[in-house]
Design a protein around this ligand. Structure first.
Ligand code: GTP
Ligand code: MG
Length: 202
């Protein structure tokens, strides 16, 4: 996919204020520091499209970007901050759940997982919640450049085994690096295929 335009549209804390549109959209989410902003900037070839917050966990915003005037890329507030109050965590949960449940044009959520770390309860529980609510998602392993091939394969296998304890079918996996741009084509192939299907159904 050639990115002709990538425009910031709106940040907000209310699902009702998200853009009113029929265009397909794709959300990106993950724990703090997983590499979400870097991935979004790598995907869009923009150095500073995704805003990086100096106070992680404080700004809990849904950010909409319009890509090629054809689809929306949505940067969702991350989870798993060490220093976050219970009320902030509950507010995050409410906002994310509302967004994911209500956003009719949401086609897929990309869940970012740091390829280096072992499966975390918070990510697994989030995936379970998506599964229960029949919301499609894809796992993106980030920072692949920080591992050698064997480590990467072992970690992905470990992740798959953990998922198979609860799931009968595995989700799609994409390995990415914002340094080497690994995963860019796979993510765009998925988005392009879904957008094409959308157009066929119009
Ligand atoms: P918050 O918005 O603070 O929750 O973080 P984030 O998920 O947006 O992560 P961000 O993109 O800011 O990256 C966090 C750190 O990881 C930064 O120091 C990045 O330079 C580094 N990083 C992100 N992606 C990669 C990657 O693919 N490879 C390597 N080597 N470093 C990465
Ligand atoms: Mg960020």
């Amino acid at each position: 996919m050639i990115i002709k335009s990538a425009d910031f549209v709106i940040s907000n804390q209310e699902v009702s204020k998200c853009p009113k549109t029929d265009l397909p959209e794709y959300a990106f989410i993950g724990r703090s520091n997983v590499g979400k902003s870097s991935l979004i900037n790598m995907l869009t070839n923009r150095k500073k499209l995704a805003k990086t917050s100096s106070t992680p966990g404080k700004t809990q915003l849904i950010n909409h970007y319009l890509i090629n005037e054809e689809w929306y890329l949505v940067d969702l507030p991350g989870y798993g901050f060490a220093k976050i109050s219970k009320s902030a965590r509950e507010k995050w949960g409410e906002l994310i759940h509302q967004y994911l449940m209500k956003r009719k044009n949401l086609r897929c959520t990309f869940i970012l997982i740091d390829a280096r770390i072992e499966p975390q309860k918070i990510d697994l529980e989030f995936m379970e919640w998506l599964g229960i609510n029949q919301l499609p998602f894809v796992i993106v392993f980030t920072k692949s450049d920080k591992l050698n091939k064997t480590e990467l394969i072992n970690n992905i296998e470990r992740y798959k085994s953990t998922l198979l304890e609860k799931w009968t079918e595995l989700p799609q996996f994409i390995v990415s690096s914002s340094i080497t741009s690994q995963g860019r084509d796979a993510i765009y192939d998925l988005i392009t295929d879904t957008n094409n299907l959308d157009n066929l159904n119009k």
